[in-house]
Design a protein around this ligand. Structure first.
Ligand SMILES: C[S@@+](CC[C@H](N)C(=O)[O-])C[C@H]1O[C@@H](n2cnc3c(N)ncnc32)[C@H](O)[C@@H]1O
Length: 253
């Protein structure tokens, strides 16, 4: 696809080293979460979900099976990450604990930067547990001395700092996309643009390049384009590629 500074490729994440040109400042990966089901478009009544026939398999077996799938894909990403770059891996309660151990082994514990919590609030809950209302984004660097990071600033709330700003914490309080939201493409598990805007602006320098090896509906690519970063997206689902391309054409229009 020939959108300025953006490329979208039908490819397995495993082939990132072969298909990605140049080097990335940020790799943001939002893979399947191993929910054990086929992920489908949002339920009836949503603004756009009804007409979008998009689905992908999200069943890998045990958590160990999932990590065995994930590890070589993360490894395939490392050669295309700049020495000053960051890797952000987006998972949830099912596997984030296992992935963190895997990343510690692969990169070294001293490469850990943050365990970001994306707190959202939408969706159901069970009477048998506290409501599960967050995802985990594990942030690692290649070089603890030189990685680029510019955490966003938010208005300070204390009286002492009234009128000033402070660094955003590692809990990102950003609503999930509701069914009627204009940004909804109908692709299952689409993440909010506001979340990717924070990650792209804070983890990729202006003019830098972002790689999303599981780009789905192209949220990361859209956030990158809007923030003046170039972007490469991969996905193995042809429908995801179509939706992401259409979305970026819409942005250009
Ligand atoms: C959670 S969704 C990504 C959603 C995306 N962040 C968005 O906002 O639309 C996970 C994506 O990973 C893709 N995927 C699954 N296995 C893959 C693989 N081996 N290589 C590349 N993409 C893969 C799926 O097709 C799906 O689009």
């Amino acid at each position: 696809m020939a959108l300025a500074r953006t490329r979208i490729l039908l490819a397995d994440w495993l082939d990132a080293g072969r298909v990605v040109e140049g080097a990335a400042d940020l790799v943001y990966a939002d893979p399947p979460f191993n929910t054990g089901v086929i992920k489908r478009a949002p339920p009836r009544g949503s603004r756009r979900g009804r007409d979008v026939d998009a689905r992908y398999a999200d069943a890998f077996g045990s958590a160990s099976d999932f990590v065995a799938w994930l590890r070589p894909r993360v490894e395939a990403t490392l050669p295309v990450l700049k020495p000053t770059g960051l890797l952000a891996l987006h998972l949830d309660w099912r596997t984030s604990h296992r992935a963190r151990v895997m990343l510690d082994e692969l990169l070294g514990e001293d490469r850990f930067v943050n365990h970001l919590i994306w707190s959202y609030g939408l969706g159901g809950s069970s009477p048998r547990r506290f409501a599960r209302k967050h995802d985990d984004i594990l942030l690692y660097c290649l070089d603890p001395k030189t990685y680029w990071l510019d955490p966003p600033r938010v208005p300070a709330t204390s009286n002492r700092l009234r009128g000033k700003t402070k660094k955003m914490t590692d809990v990102l309080d950003i609503p999930a996309i509701n069914n009627m939201a204009a940004e909804r493409t109908g692709y299952p598990t689409q993440k909010p643009l506001a979340l990717l805007d924070v990650l792209v602006r804070s983890c990729c320098p202006p003019g830098g390049q972002v790689l999303d090896p599981c780009c789905g509906s192209g949220t990361t690519l859209a956030a990158a384009v809007l923030a003046g970063r170039s972007a490469i997206g991969l996905d193995i689902n042809p429908r995801a590629i179509e939706i992401a391309e259409q979305r970026l054409r819409g942005l250009r229009g």
